[in-house]
Design a binder for this molecule. Structure first.
Ligand code: UT7
Length: 336
């Protein structure tokens, strides 16, 4: 039976480092508040010049993943692009990335799953591989948040947490009887919470989609009911992680590393505590990058591999995340 294996990973973070102190120039906040409430010390934002979009960051991460897989873009059967900050309202960033890779007809899908974009992307890729519809897939999670954040005290709860960045993985279907690949997944959505984290305008449901008044009222900036999202995350992340462990017939002893979405270090500390995980079995990098949404898990995965924190063969990872939608989920992946 065909199993999905990871052939290469890559990440790209813009060079511009924005510290918590830098943010105090635009809004009433402090390094102390941000570190205490979120764990974030600094984040990367794209350069203010140059009109850099999610597909540009995705391209840099993809080039690294492709070269590590030993693939050229023409080897790809499919591109899956996860982002909530697409370059354009439409068409999707996957199409833009496809063009930047020099491809002329390779299919490209955008998925709008926010913080669980990588998790949904992995399950979609696995289904394509198992059904025989594709055998070499590039999955990218990339965000440029910084151009869409309110640089004022009104937006401080959201602005201080988000960072720009991209991660990419090359996935291949391989015929093997070994228990490798995507061992279990459990993905969910509950649109009742759509307004707990959203950008309201411009939008098709508004007529007109955008007005000067909407801009003045700040409806173009992300709004979040942070406490509610926090509560959902600390409850659902351990629950859904246990579901995938049970589905795979594994215990935490079989897991080499847990890579959670990087939304808030405190969420991940609660999660770690409820799962009774030792420090060396959970990976966090939010301190350096903030919340890069669809980019966060593949960026962390690339670092975990680079730092050799999991065995090269049969390394087993549990991924988990919750974010806007709300969407949430977990999955267990084992390397070949
Ligand atoms: O990845 C997408 C999913 N998102 C998440 O998982 C995020 C989940 N939520 C969170 O991470 C946290 O709720 C936040 C970090 C966003 C906020 O932390 P909190 O501990 O929940 O703070 P809060 O919203 O309850 O606000 C506490 C106080 C408020 O002041 P008052 O009303 O107590 O006077 C806020 O106005 O902190 C104030 N505040 C700030 N102060 C300084 C909010 N943001 C800031 C700020 N700097 N940046």
């Amino acid at each position: 039976m065909k199993k999905m294996v990871i052939k290469g990973t890559g990440r790209y973070l813009p060079e511009r480092i924005v510290t918590n102190d830098d943010l105090t120039k635009f809004m009433d906040t402090s390094d102390e508040w941000i570190q205490q409430r979120t764990g974030i010390e600094e984040r990367r934002w794209v350069s203010e010049e140059g009109n850099i979009g999610a597909s540009d960051l995705g391209l840099e991460a993809s080039k690294i993943a492709l070269s590590r897989a030993g693939w050229v873009p023409e080897d790809l059967d499919l591109i899956i692009f996860g982002t909530l900050s697409p370059d354009l309202f439409f068409p999707g960033s996957g199409c833009l990335l496809q063009s930047k890779l020099g491809l002329k007809s390779t299919p490209a899908i955008d998925i709008r799953q926010q913080c669980t974009g990588f998790l949904y992307g992995m399950e979609i890729a696995d289904a394509y591989i198992k059904s025989g519809h594709a055998s070499r897939i590039l999955l990218v999670g990339a965000e440029v948040h910084s151009t869409g954040l309110e640089m004022a005290t009104r937006g401080r709860d959201v602005t201080v947490i988000f960072g720009d960045g991209a991660g990419a993985v090359c996935l291949e279907g391989v015929e093997t009887d070994e228990n490798v690949g995507l061992l279990a997944a459990s993905l969910h959505a509950q649109g009742d919470y759509a307004e707990a984290l959203m950008v309201e305008a411009p939008a098709s449901r508004l007529n007109p989609r955008i007005t000067h008044e909407m801009i003045d009222d700040g409806r173009v900036w992300p709004k979040m009911d942070g406490r509610n999202v926090f509560k959902l995350a600390v409850k659902r992340l351990p629950e859904v992680s246990q579901v995938v462990l049970d589905k795979a017939g594994l215990t935490l002893d079989d897991i080499d590393m847990v890579i959670p979405h990087q939304a808030n270090l405190r969420i991940n500390q609660f999660f770690q505590k409820s799962m009774n995980l030792p420090d060396e079995k959970i990976y966090n990098n939010i301190q350096k990058y903030g919340n890069t949404t669809a980019g966060s898990i593949p960026i962390a995965l690339d670092e975990v591999i680079e730092k050799k924190l999991i065995p090269k063969e049969k390394g087993t990872i549990l991924f988990a995340g919750l974010g806007a939608g709300v969407t949430w989920g977990a999955m267990i992946f084992r390397f070949m």
